[in-house]
Design a binder for this molecule. Structure first.
Ligand code: PMT
Length: 402
């Protein structure tokens, strides 16, 4: 519920993509936001206000001069109460009106009156999108601090191929969360590791663990929202890469070590959430191992490097955060890892505790730092756990880019 307590105005203008605003409103409500929808007259030709009213749970605002709406809503109150305004889809016409500062209907009046951050998600015909007038209006809006998400490319409703499709609603939600997030990590370059590694036994089998990557991906997502440049070095996972994050996929521990070393060279901090395999088969067979009539008595394993320990050794003023995945408490082990690996903070999670299992959307962690800090958190969504870890980092004021 990252948007709990937030008033979000969703403005829908008249394009075929207006129907996708329904999914956007649903996602925002799911994140806990109070959503007020504004529809232009043209938008109402594509989607009935009743649909958006039902999804948002409140009457849709359509008319500046409606006596009912003005007495119950009031366009200035709408503008003042919004924590953020998102226009999806934003037509070329709406972008032009915004750039020119026109206020000739409810939406343009609210946009001129508000001091809230604005996100626009353009959607239109590719030629309209590429027109110099639209490009110049977009540039003006960007200069004024308006956040732009999309458009995506593909086949358009008008029959053309190219840029002009409304961004995915989940990306638009991400953009809203970004404009609302504190920008306290701006100027920082954070490297995050996530997911498992896979160590091949033969061409078809490997050793691995249950890490889904969700914890590390949540850290990357929230760090990006808070203004950091983020490189995410991750093992094989199914989780989508958060927008704006540079992803570096790897498979083995040795690959992860190489890519982390590369990214860490210009980083200000490393957050090591990956579950790196401690051992790999000493030799990966070149052919598939055959079943024999007897148990396989030994499997020779070589030790993988302790990646975070190696990086922490040469960290200088950079901050290095590690995790400790324990089974059954684990405070003593976590404290040992904090010191022996040369970490600044260790995030202890007992992966047998309810809500802290591999692959869960929640985690239960304890933050132990080198200065004696010791904070236990309840079961929280992984994005919230990520926020708390990054709060610690932001308060630490790590060295700026090296
Ligand atoms: O991916 P999820 O399903 O969301 O699950 C999240 C998680 C449980 C994987 C995550 O929260 C977590 O605990 N990650 C660290 C897992 C781990 O390897 O813990 P460890 O106690 O074995 O290692 C301690 C630290 O050393 C970790 O920061 C680890 O990344 C690092 N390490 C470990 C082994 C190794 N060879 N090199 C390392 O750098």
């Amino acid at each position: 519920m990252a948007l709990a307590g937030r008033n979000i105005v969703v403005a829908v203008s008249g394009g075929i993509a207006a129907y996708k605003a329904c999914e956007l409103v649903r996602l925002l409500v799911q994140e806990g936001a109070a959503v007020q929808v504004i529809m232009t007259a043209n938008a109402q030709q594509f989607v009935a206000p009743l649909t958006l009213q039902t999804l948002s749970g409140r009457p849709v605002a359509t008319d500046t001069f409606s006596l009912t709406q003005e007495s119950e809503i009031g366009h200035i109150r709408l503008a003042d109460q919004a924590h953020a305004i998102v226009i999806a889809p934003a037509t070329a016409n709406v972008l032009a009106k915004m750039a020119a500062g026109l206020a000739d209907d409810l939406l343009s009046t609210v946009l001129l009156a508000t001091r809230a951050p604005i996100v626009v998600a353009p959607a239109m015909n590719v030629h309209m999108w590429e027109h110099p007038a639209t490009r110049s209006n977009l540039a003006t809006l960007r200069e004024r601090g308006v956040a732009v998400v999309g458009p995506a490319s593909g086949s358009l409703a008008c029959g053309y191929e190219g840029a002009g499709r409304l961004a995915d609603p989940s990306e638009i939600v991400e953009a809203v969360e970004t404009v609302l997030a504190p920008q306290d990590l701006r100027g920082h370059r954070i490297v995050v590791s996530a997911g498992p590694t896979r160590e091949a036994l033969d061409p078809v089998r490997y050793l691995t663990n249950h890490s889904s990557g969700k914890m590390g991906f949540a850290i990357a997502r929230v760090a990006r929202r808070r203004g950091a440049e983020v490189t995410l070095v991750h093992g094989p996972v199914e989780v989508p890469v958060p927008p704006g994050v540079t992803a570096v996929p790897v498979t083995t521990a040795l690959e992860m070590q190489r890519e982390l070393a590369r990214a860490f060279a210009s980083a200000t901090a490393l957050v090591m959430a990956a579950a790196v395999a401690d051992y790999r088969p000493r030799e990966a067979a070149s052919q598939k191992l055959k079943r024999r009539g007897a148990p396989l008595a030994t499997l020779a394993l070589a030790q993988n490097p302790d990646v975070v320990r190696g990086l922490a050794r040469r960290k200088g003023r950079r901050v290095v955060i590690g995790f400790a995945a324990e089974t059954g408490g684990g405070e003593r082990e976590a404290r040992r890892k904090l010191v022996e690996k040369g970490l600044d903070l260790i995030v202890l999670n007992d992966v047998t505790a309810p809500g802290a299992e591999f692959g869960a959307d929640t985690n239960v962690v304890r933050l132990l730092d080198r200065a004696g800090g010791d904070v236990s958190l309840p079961v929280l969504p992984k994005t919230e756990v990520a926020s708390r870890i990054l709060d610690w980092l932001a308060a630490r004021k790590p060295a700026r880019r090296t």
